[in-house]
Design a protein around this ligand. Structure first.
Ligand code: FAD
Length: 499
């Protein structure tokens, strides 16, 4: 395979990128997957716990649940695409092709469908509470063995090759080498933006690169203010790990430092209320009383969640004493604006998975729908992306700067300043003044980064540049939306409310 051109270039190797690669390869295209990950753990996909939702025999209820969780803001056309394709895509790729061994019930024959917050029925396929790695590893192995797919690890895309409103590949950086890879179509699948916040469930490389590259190339982004925080992240030893919603689905309850349950007074669904509601309540009780724990004493935690039990042991947490939890950044509902085939606003550019805004989640995401969205949109985009020709003339882009590289400490300090601005002002609760301050801080950090920029700059500089762009897009979108809805909560007494 000629590595300087490829029919379809996929950037990122989580579930969305791998599904796009599979979709394109099945159509006979040559596919290159360039990923900055050096190991599977570099993708959020690997870390997914609770599972992947399917429609089963009640697609209408599934749609209603997603729509309700989004506070009525999800896009009906996108919802139809997700729900109508869900079961077939899971059966085709995950069960028949990858042979993922989803948990079965007592009879060993039918699946053990789980339930999580805001789902009105049991519909989540899972493997214990570590579903992600059971999907991700066979998926990587399957594509590594595919004769039309080349996977290039430790390779970061740093810019898109855009000419006259069309994208023809990307500038890739592996170690010190920067090379152009031309493609008939380019699929962004670079995941989320967790690294913009001080506390996140995402891997450290979630710096929003795809969104930033698309924005620089002129593509539209939408819904960037809708950043979802997961309410139950354990930070016992400073290294956060997520405690899946499935644990609350099983009957765990939240208690404050006084041992009191507080969720029943906040929402009629108590601990199973939408994520944004639970996250804000946990944050408030944590501030008010100093501690919030998940009380798992109503069921056999070790037997039901052996993987989480092991994780607790690893982090020195005794679940029988309550698992200490706080909210942490978890998922971006917005991103690069795409249609029902993952097509972005620039020709030959696609975006899938967490870096894309399909409209499925609207202002808030229902648990266990992200893997599904990545799978469904990945397949559709990969299939659609085939059949375009690779440009015959090389595409040049102007790359900014001939800056001087910063010392490591300066780079680290700039990243911390950015996270501080996002934590303080663009988190679970926002105010107009806070957002203004954040935008000022982000601009000032961005100016430092511009002075450091140069294509040969080390990867961390490119990542901070992406993070600044993503942070700016989030803060600007938040400032432009005065209405509290879903994950976007404006703390102002006179703010209009959508609900
Ligand atoms: C702890 C945790 C638990 C979760 N549990 C669930 C769950 O149970 N169910 C569910 O539906 N969702 C869950 N989610 C959300 C879900 O896992 C993610 O939203 C989803 O996996 C995103 O898939 P993706 O392919 O878009 O991105 P990712 O899986 O994050 O993959 C992104 C890829 O892009 C690569 N990349 C990034 N930048 C570049 C670049 N510049 N150049 C090249 N490559 C790049 C990364 O290395 C990575 O390989 C969970 C998330 C976390 C973090």
């Amino acid at each position: 395979m000629d590595h300087s051109t490829t029919d379809v270039l996929v950037l990122g190797s989580g579930i969305a990128g791998l599904s796009a690669a599979l979709g394109a390869a099945r159509e006979g295209a040559s596919v290159t997957v360039a990923t900055k990950a050096t190991q599977p753990e570099g993708a959020s996909t690997w870390w997914a716990q609770g599972g992947i939702a399917v429609a089963r025999t009640a697609p209408r209820r599934f749609k209603e649940d997603i729509h309700t969780a989004s506070s009525g803001t999800s896009d009906p056309e996108a919802l139809d695409v997700l729900v109508q394709n869900a079961d077939a895509a899971v059966r085709d790729v995950l069960i028949d092709t990858l042979e993922v061994d989803f948990d079965t019930g007592g009879d060993g024959a039918s699946f053990d469908y789980g339930r999580e917050a805001a789902h009105s029925e049991d519909r989540i396929l899972h493997v214990d509470a570590s579903t992600g790695k059971h999907i991700h590893e066979p998926f990587l192995n399957c594509l590594a063995a595919h004769d039309r797919v080349a996977i290039r690890g430790n390779t970061a895309a740093i810019d898109l090759l855009e000419r006259d409103g069309a994208v023809h590949g990307a500038l890739l950086k592996s170690g010190d080498e920067v090379r152009r890879l031309h493609a008939g179509a380019t699929v962004l699948a670079t995941g989320g933006i967790g690294a913009l916040y001080g506390r996140s469930t995402n891997p450290a490389g979630a710096t929003g690169d795809g969104i930033a590259m698309a924005h620089r190339a002129g593509a539209t982004t939408t819904d960037m203010e809708f950043v979802q925080f997961h309410p139950t992240v354990c930070v016992a030893d400073g290294d956060p790990f997520l405690v899946s919603e499935a644990v609350r689905g099983e009957g765990a309850v939240l208690r404050n430092a006084a041992g009191d349950r507080f969720m029943p007074a906040v929402h009629e669904d108590a601990e199973l209320a939408p994520r944004d509601v639970v996250a804000r309540a946990v944050e408030q009780e944590h501030k008010r009383t100093g501690r919030v724990v998940l009380d798992v004493s109503s069921f056999d935690f070790a037997e039901t969640f052996p993987d989480l039990t092991a994780m607790c042991a690893e982090h020195g947490v005794d679940p029988s004493a309550g698992i200490p939890v706080v909210p942490a950044e978890h998922f971006l509902c917005g991103g690069v604006d795409v249609d029902t085939h993952g097509r972005a606003s620039l020709d030959r550019l696609y975006a899938v998975g967490e870096c894309a805004r399909t409209g499925v989640h609207g202002a808030n995401r229902l648990a266990s729908t992200s893997l599904l969205e990545g799978l469904v949109w990945g397949l559709r985009a990969g299939t659609d992306a085939t059949g375009t020709t690779v440009p015959s003339q090389p595409v040049s882009i102007s790359t900014t700067g001939a800056g001087s590289p910063p010392p490591d400490e300066a780079l680290r300090a700039a990243f911390e300043r950015l996270q501080q601005a996002m934590d303080e002002h663009v988190g679970l609760r926002r105010t107009p003044d806070g957002l203004q301050q954040a935008r000022h801080d982000i601009r000032s950090i961005g100016a430092d980064v511009d002075a450091w920029m140069d294509p040969s700059a080390r990867r961390g500089v490119h990542e901070l540049r992406s993070a600044c762009t993503g942070a700016r897009l989030i803060a600007e979108a938040a400032a432009a939306n005065e209405t509290s809805v879903g994950c976007h909560y404006m703390e102002r007494p006179d703010a209009p409310s959508a609900s």
